[in-house]
Design a protein around this ligand. Structure first.
Ligand code: GAL
Length: 662
């Protein structure tokens, strides 16, 4: 593991060379140990085909190295130069209405284009060989935020052929595809794979099976676009690390697959959000969940490759972070598993699309409030970060998070506002409010380390997953399955053998004989004395077959219908939630599950402080974060020793650090 804790995204090519040394000195003074560079610098590295200019970058790398700042290099494939596009306009992507994107932004390339890939191979071969032995270069970032700005995906002839070839690999014969997709519907039976369209613009919706495979294909295509780059880097730079900057809950790609060949994941964390208007920013719990998801992709600590360091903005601007917020968000990233935090960007740029996406330094390049605040934060965190490098949270509960469930529900959301990620967040929020840590896991992971697994919306079901759930529960696990479990098979076709939720009905002790999409209404729910509970968007109408009802609908024609149930199976228990719970119902459920599974809140502090743990070999490290504008008192539990001089109440947008010997 690398002994570097902080860095910045640096664009020396945007500034005169005689400024670089000032930057390097300021970085050293601030405590930065790494920069990421060159991920958009194709035209400066190869201004004409085969003509490489690495000198300027070498000078920058070496100068920074003199000041103790190492370099991660980005492969500049998100920015195809004009000279490639001029000679090969077909490297530009085509949208679902058949329009080619124009040159001028970034990520305008088609991911399957052989011509584009051959240009990238030439540059990367030379680039990696040039810097493999440079002592200041430690590794590589592939491309930048892969999948970002791909709009409605490329539908050019090359992508269409690649999709058809992908389908042939998956189904073998077109007859098999016809059978599994059910193309008899609306006379869509194909005689050959070459007849299968991409889901381009049409007057009605395409087949759900085609749409799901299209999403799978596109994800694989982009993973492949990363893989050929990784192959070149591994071959030429075997001692370097390789990472990629992910985007939290971004969902065009299967992030488990994208993460697989990397040494570790990196993440871009922008707490005030991007271009939403009005701009609510993200809740502390939403920030927390995206960091936890990043840790979950490889069950490993990660880097932040872009941590917000100022107001965000392209054409419109976000709110200016209040004093303390940049520091707080940095601490939250570290607390949830970042071993290194790289700030985006070093200096606010004067040119181009992102003139108002502010960096640590303002346009003037003079250190100001943000530089001071982050320098102070680094001086507090850096000395202790080595102690818990690589340490995870030790969570005993997990959420099963699955890209294909999300995609299939994006294709048919049922309720216009049903959103897989938002529903996952409802469950996460409730545990976050109780300071009970959760991991995110894929369906492939070993379930046995967890006392509790919540698996929302397992809409696509396989017999293997049904069996895995059953043996987890029978072995003593606590499992939560929810509305729309087991509706379809992996081909996105409805299962018909049994009533819903299929074989999982035996585990859950129930059958779903009817359901109601709550288009214009929420249903009140009663669970003991709790108030304000409601069922939203959907309600299963449940017949109990052995399960016990914990909560019921208390109005409407199916008043009394069980909406949360529990069933004992072997040594464990399986719960079912036949709706999307509102916040109050999710909290009531979380309290029940925390007790039932024997999970321990990290601290029983009710007034909204976020408490996070990193579990080292002998010690635990606790972060206590105050996301509010008022100071908050905090009494550390027995045995917690403060890790710094600051103690007592947690200031507005402040944090405290403690350690506990186990
Ligand atoms: C990120 C991206 C950066 C920069 C930043 C601000 O998504 O990786 O290159 O564009 O946003 O817009």
């Amino acid at each position: 593991m690398l002994d570097i804790q902080f860095g910045a995204d640096y664009y020396p090519e945007h500034w005169p060379e005689d400024r670089w040394e000032t930057d390097a000195k300021l970085m050293r003074e601030m405590g930065l140990g790494v920069v990421r560079m060159a991920e958009f610098a194709w035209t400066r590295l190869e201004p004409r085909e085969g003509e490489f200019h690495f000198d300027w970058l070498r000078r920058a790398i070496n100068l920074l190295g003199k000041y103790g700042v190492k370099t991660v290099l980005g492969t500049p494939t998100p920015t195809p130069p004009a000279w490639i596009v001029e000679n090969h306009p077909d490297v530009l992507a085509v949208n679902s209405r058949g329009m080619r994107v124009s040159f001028g932004g970034r990520h305008h390339n088609c991911q399957s284009s052989r011509v584009y890939r051959s240009h990238a191979v030439r540059l990367l071969e030379a680039f990696t060989k040039e810097f493999r032995d440079n002592p200041h270069v430690i590794g590589w970032q592939t491309d930048n935020e892969l999948g970002n700005s791909h709009d409605d995906l490329c539908h050019c002839p090359s992508c269409r052929t690649a999709f058809q070839d992908w389908l042939r690999d998956r189904y073998g014969t077109v007859e098999e595809l016809n059978r599994r997709w059910g193309t008899v519907f609306w006379s869509q039976e194909y005689d050959s794979f070459r007849q299968v369209p991409t889901p381009a613009w049409n007057v009605t919706a395409h087949s759900p099976s085609l749409l799901l495979d299209w999403k799978r294909f596109h994800s694989d295509l982009v993973c492949g676009f990363q893989q050929f780059q990784i192959d070149i880097i591994r071959k030429n730079c075997p001692s370097h690390i390789i990472t990629h900057n992910f985007m939290g809950f971004f969902d065009l790609l299967d992030y488990y697959k994208l993460a697989e060949p990397l040494d570790f994941v990196s993440h871009d964390q922008y707490p005030t959000g991007f271009f939403d208007n009005p701009q609510p920013g993200k809740t502390p719990s939403a920030l927390a969940s995206s960091l936890d998801l990043m840790r979950g992709l490889k069950n490993k600590t990660f880097w932040i490759m872009e941590q917000q360091s100022g107001p965000t903005g392209w054409t419109i601007l976000g709110r200016t972070p209040e004093p303390g917020q940049l520091s707080l968000w940095t601490a939250q990233s570290v607390a949830r598993g970042a071993d290194c935090v790289v700030f985006f960007r070093w200096r606010t740029c004067a040119v181009g699309t992102e003139q108002y996406w502010h960096g640590i330094l303002p346009h003037s390049g003079r250190p100001g409030r943000r530089y001071g605040e982050l320098k102070e934060t680094i001086s507090r965190l850096k000395p202790v970060m080595g102690e818990f490098r690589g340490a995870l949270s030790g969570a005993e509960g997990a959420i099963l998070y699955d890209y294909e469930q999300n995609w299939s529900l994006e294709i048919q959301p049922h309720h216009p506002e049903l959103d897989y990620i938002k529903q996952v967040q409802v469950y996460y929020d409730a545990f976050h409010a109780r300071n009970v840590p959760l991991d995110f896991i894929s369906g492939d992971r070993d379930f046995s380390p967890y006392k509790l697994i919540i698996a929302p919306l397992i809409y696509l079901m396989t017999p293997e997953l049904e069996d895995k759930f059953a043996s987890y529960v029978k072995g003593g696990g606590r499992l939560v399955l929810t509305m729309r479990t087991g509706v379809k098979n992996n081909d996105n076709v409805c299962l018909t053998e049994r009533e819903l939720p299929g074989r999982s009905g035996d585990l859950l002790g129930l059958e779903i004989t009817d359901y109601d999409c709550l288009r214009d209404i929420n249903r009140a729910v009663s669970w003991a004395e709790a108030t304000g509970l409601s069922a939203e968007k959907w309600c299963d109408i449940i017949t109990l077959r052995g399960a016990e009802s914990l909560a019921e609908i208390s109005d409407g024609w199916y008043r009394g219908n069980p909406v949360v149930t529990v069933n004992g199976a072997g040594k464990g228990k399986a719960c079912y939630v036949g709706t999307e719970p509102n916040g109050a119902l999710a909290l009531k459920l979380a309290d029940y599950l925390i007790g039932e599974a024997g999970l321990e809140p990290l601290a029983r502090q009710a007034d909204g402080l976020e408490v996070i743990r990193r579990r080292g070999a002998e010690r635990d490290y606790y972060f206590v974060l105050n996301h509010g504008p008022e100071e908050k008192g905090f009494t550390p539990p027995a045995g917690w020793e403060p890790l710094s001089r600051e103690n007592g109440a947690v200031p507005p947008y402040g944090f405290r650090l403690f350690t506990l010997r186990r």
